[in-house]
Design a protein around this ligand. Structure first.
Ligand code: F6P
Length: 365
């Protein structure tokens, strides 16, 4: 019987999950291994719900959005319910996962996931499952890798939204506010804001004040620019304030962020008299196929994960350290978030371009 590995996709979906599955299956097949894919993230391992992945059917997965295996960010494996709020997996869940892993005669398990999913992976690894992680999240907030897959695709979608809002803002002399995902990290908003020509970028890492934003709008008016584009992270908040949450009764999951776009638009309209409109990009950022950069990253990550299994390097996560694809211990990548630093090069560049980060009063020229 061929050697066998398992793969699962866990946490929020994002562009590139299928490209990772393809890369793993193709590389494993080259080594003569069979790959099975668990359905619905770790839940599939617990329910022995899986499919055998046939390498001949992998080609169409390179550019397909979502995940053909399904995924979950809640349920019996949800151990992370907030920043620094980590619980332990139920011992029976761990015991049954190990039992199923053994009964399925698996050599290793490859898990594509973000901070929450890799926290689960680490607990299963410590309990005895030989496992390798692949860093996934549109938020790009994982420590230990320069980039997670899904991020570039989300930025590209947000940039496209800004391009479209730009023409409408200019036609109507409006302030357009675009609320973007990213949870407590501002990477998507920062990169989309810079690539999409935002005039104001509001990040969770740099609390804003309304006077600063209004000063930017007024100084643009003075030079004849009667419209303003604002990119705001869902996790951004006013100085002295707190993150806007969408109330939810759901247990065993992280808080849902949202609503700051509307608050910003309302307050700006009140203070400047400008007509403001809001667009919440939401899950469009997570949908669709991966960009070329994400396809390359997913292919490299998937192939590297298989080579880590071959080397027996378990408990590791593949990582991007340009120009190399390396690996680091999962334990070193979880439990803390990689956030935008206020002196990050891209923040400095944005400011030098006259973009307001919402925290200082200045004029455009
Ligand atoms: O972590 C990815 C992410 O898309 C965040 O940017 C966002 O806050 C969250 O997931 C949304 O989660 P859900 O799809 O469960 O509403």
């Amino acid at each position: 019987m061929n050697e066998r590995i398992g793969i699962l996709t866990s946490g929020g979906d994002c562009p590139g999950l299928n490209a990772v599955i393809r890369a793993v299956v193709k590389s494993a097949t080259k080594l003569g291994w069979e790959t099975i894919g668990f359905h619905g993230g770790f839940e599939g391992l617990l329910d022995k719900d899986y499919q055998t992945l046939d390498y001949k059917r992998m080609d169409y997965l390179l550019n397909l959005g979502g995940t053909v295996l399904g995924t979950s960010n809640k349920g019996r494996f949800a151990v992370k319910t907030g920043v620094g709020q980590i619980g332990n997996l139920d011992p029976n869940v761990v015991k049954d996962s190990i039992k199923n892993f053994k009964e399925l005669n698996l050599k290793a398990l490859i898990c594509a996931g973000g901070d929450g999913s890799l926290t689960i992976a680490q607990q299963l690894f410590e309990a005895g499952i030989p496992l390798v992680g692949i860093p996934k999240t549109i938020d790009n907030d994982l420590v230990g890798t320069a980039m997670t897959f899904g991020f570039d695709s989300a930025v590209s979608c947000a940039m496209d939204a800004l391009d479209r809002l730009h023409t409408s803002a200019e036609s109507h002399n409006r302030v357009m506010v675009l609320e973007l995902m990213g949870r407590y990290a501002g990477w998507i908003t920062l990169w989309a804001g810079v690539s999409g020509g935002a005039d104001v970028i509001l990040l969770p890492e740099i609390p804003f004040n309304y006077e600063s934003i209004c000063a930017q709008i007024r100084s643009r008016e003075i030079i004849g620019k009667h419209f303003t584009l604002i990119a705001v992270s869902e996790g951004a908040y006013e100085q002295g304030g707190s993150v806007s949450l969408i109330s939810s009764d759901e247990k065993n999951r992280e808080a849902r962020l949202g609503g700051i776009g509307n608050k910003v638009a309302e307050e700006i309209a009140k203070r400047t008299g400008k007509e403001c409109r809001v667009c919440v990009l939401g899950h469009l950022q997570r949908g669709g196929g991966p960009t070329s950069l994400d396809r390359v990253l997913c292919t490299a990550f998937g192939a590297k994960a298989v080579s880590l299994v071959k080397e027996g390097k378990f408990g590791y996560m593949v990582s991007s350290k340009p120009p190399h694809i390396c690996s680091i211990k999962i334990s070193e990548a979880i439990g803390k978030l990689r956030l935008v630093q206020p002196d990050d090069d891209m923040v400095v560049i944005a400011r030098s371009m006259g973009i307001s980060m919402g925290d200082e009063i200045k004029t455009v020229f």
